[in-house]
Design a protein around this ligand. Structure first.
Ligand code: HEC
Ligand code: HEC
Ligand code: HEC
Ligand code: HEC
Ligand code: HEC
Ligand code: HEC
Ligand code: HEC
Ligand code: HEC
Ligand code: HEC
Ligand code: HEC
Length: 273
């Protein structure tokens, strides 16, 4: 009597289904591991399916196959993978929209599960998320979707893989965390007030060009009306003198993410030193 995988592989040999047995080359094929699944862990016992003689054309489907409802298919995976990163799976946007584990993971692909490979992962995500990552700019090639997003759900905003957007960015841009002696309020709140995490056509991954970016929150001119103190120019203007300055406001307000100058003087408070 055949047992384990053999009840299935007696028919699903290399010849009939060339890709099926490549699962042996994946982590799901590690025979030494007692937790390794057999065919029936994922497809169900499939008694009716397997008891029809080989040469019969019409046979019932296995208990679980590609077209089974997503919840049923995922349930088989979650029998073994409900812990770790999957603890938020049930509150994730993906299953709520009928996207199952195997929309991202390829099980019978000879050990190349594209979503686990940094080079091929964006392609898997972009299959459904066309507008994202059009140009990740300096992030391109260095940062991939899963550096910021927890695909299995995180409980955080936009499936960030840390608690907040900023914490996610700090994983690599720790110097922007501070604490600063003089902090710029929007920076401590959310990097995406100014930056487009998926890329932009503007240098520095900025959403809007400086000075317009600053003018979204600061009245053009402000206390500069009539000229920045001691400089005789009006950086609040959008043309004229300030176009001589390639980085506009940033020429003076260089430490836009916060200042660590300990002295309580104007320069520190306004991030020019
Ligand atoms: C007696 C031969 C035989 C046995 C034993 C057998 N299968 Fe199949 N299976 C087939 C054939 C033939 C097909 C393709 C035709 C069809 O879908 O009916 C198939 C199709 C499938 C499919 C694809 C279904 C689909 O439509 O997407 C899966 C999955 C599958 N089998 C899993 C299993 C599993 C798991 C076992 C062991 C529990 C098993 N089979 C045992 C003959 C068999
Ligand atoms: C870790 C879970 C898992 C294990 C173990 C597993 N499968 Fe599958 N299998 C799947 C999933 C998921 C699909 C459907 C792929 C998809 O959604 O496109 C599939 C698809 C198939 C198909 C259809 C493939 C095709 O080309 O149409 C067959 C046949 C099959 N499996 C047989 C087997 C056999 C035989 C075994 C044991 C040697 C096995 N599977 C082990 C998850 C598994
Ligand atoms: C019977 C238990 C069991 C079932 C069912 C199961 N897995 Fe696994 N899976 C394992 C084990 C054991 C490993 C290898 C050890 C590890 O990485 O945790 C593993 C590893 C993985 C990995 C990591 C592979 C790698 O190369 O690092 C992925 C992805 C995965 N499984 C997805 C799935 C999906 C999707 C399903 C459902 C279609 C599924 N598993 C069903 C036990 C299972
Ligand atoms: C939206 C795409 C996507 C979906 C849907 C998805 N995964 Fe993943 N999975 C990934 C990515 C990306 C990684 C690698 C990065 C990481 O570890 O977060 C991964 C890694 C894994 C790993 C190996 C690392 C680990 O956490 O142990 C396992 C196991 C796994 N997924 C299982 C599952 C299961 C089970 C489901 C369904 C309940 C599922 N995945 C659904 C994208 C996805
Ligand atoms: C099979 C299609 C599909 C694939 C593949 C896919 N997604 Fe999604 N994803 C969706 C759908 C549908 C939504 C629901 C929102 C929408 O319509 O855009 C979604 C939503 C999201 C959200 C927003 C969540 C929220 O709550 O705001 C993020 C982030 C996301 N996906 C990241 C990823 C990443 C990263 C990958 C690759 C590892 C990926 N997705 C792969 C279909 C997919
Ligand atoms: C540098 C971090 C980062 C990377 C890399 C990244 N994202 Fe995002 N993503 C975010 C942030 C932050 C948000 C929250 C929305 C916002 O404020 O712009 C988001 C939002 C999303 C959303 C929700 C819809 C939306 O646009 O608001 C989807 C879907 C998404 N990302 C998919 C992806 C995919 C797919 C990739 C890989 C091609 C990717 N992201 C790479 C940071 C990132
Ligand atoms: C996985 C690490 C990683 C994460 C997470 C990350 N970044 Fe980056 N970021 C980088 C790398 C690497 C560069 C390129 C540095 C270089 O080329 O000098 C970069 C560059 C940048 C730049 C400069 C772009 C330019 O064109 O000058 C900005 C702005 C930026 N990241 C913002 C963010 C924001 C906002 C987040 C969070 C939503 C974030 N990053 C998350 C690694 C990361
Ligand atoms: C008030 C708007 C604003 C906010 C909010 C903001 N930035 Fe920036 N960021 C800028 C500007 C302006 C530049 C300079 C672009 C240039 O020099 O062309 C910049 C440049 C950068 C750079 C590249 C140059 C450098 O200084 O390293 C990184 C990395 C960066 N920001 C990360 C972040 C992170 C992480 C956050 C959230 C903690 C954040 N930024 C929040 C406006 C902002
Ligand atoms: C998303 C809104 C927002 C954006 C965009 C923004 N800021 Fe601010 N900024 C603030 C807030 C809020 C404060 C704190 C105001 C307060 O404490 O009265 C602040 C404070 C400042 C201060 C210190 C002023 C003071 O009186 O303490 C300077 C200087 C400054 N911002 C310059 C800039 C520059 C230059 C830019 C463009 C690169 C910019 N900001 C973009 C919201 C923003
Ligand atoms: C030539 C240097 C210089 C340039 C360029 C410059 N600033 Fe300033 N800025 C200053 C100085 C000096 C102060 C301190 C004024 C004071 O409080 O006495 C200041 C103060 C500020 C303040 C805090 C006072 C207020 O008005 O609320 C903000 C906000 C500000 N600048 C925004 C900007 C923006 C936005 C730009 C670009 C359009 C810009 N600055 C360009 C030098 C400059």
């Amino acid at each position: 009597m055949l047992r384990g995988d053999a009840v299935c592989t007696s028919c699903h040999d290399r010849h009939d289904f060339p890709k099926v047995l490549t699962i042996g080359r994946t982590k799901h094929g590690t025979r030494a591991d007692p937790n390794t699944p057999t065919c029936t862990s994922c497809h169900g016992e499939s008694v009716e399916h397997r008891n029809v003689p080989r040469e019969v054309a019409e046979r019932p489907k296995p208990d679980i196959f590609a077209k089974s409802p997503p919840g049923l298919r995922d349930g088989a995976c979650l029998n073994c993978h409900s812990g770790g990163k999957r603890v938020f799976w049930h509150s994730d946007t993906h299953p709520a929209r009928g996207i199952s584990c195997t929309a991202c993971h390829e099980i019978h692909n000879g050990g190349h599960d594209a979503v686990l490979d940094r080079r091929t992962q964006p392609k898997v995500c972009l299959h459904c998320h066309k507008p994202e990552g059009v140009h990740l700019n300096r992030h391109e090639g260095k940062v991939i979707c899963s550096d910021c997003h927890e695909s299995h759900g995180s409980g955080g905003p936009a499936m960030m893989n840390r608690q907040t957007v900023n914490d996610t960015c700090f994983a690599c841009h720790a110097e922007k965390r501070g604490p600063f002696v003089w902090s710029h309020q929007p920076v401590t709140e959310n990097c995406t007030y100014c930056h487009a995490p998926h890329g932009s056509n503007i240098a520095g991954l900025l959403k809007v060009r400086v000075p317009f970016l600053c003018h979204e929150c600061h009245e053009p001119g402000g206390s500069h009306r009539g000229g920045a103190p001691g400089f005789g120019i009006d950086p609040g203007a959008t043309s004229g003198n300030n176009i001589l300055f390639a980085r506009g406001c940033m020429n003076c307000h260089t430490n836009i993410h916060g200042s660590n100058n300990p002295t309580n003087n104007t320069g520190s408070r306004i991030f020019t030193r």
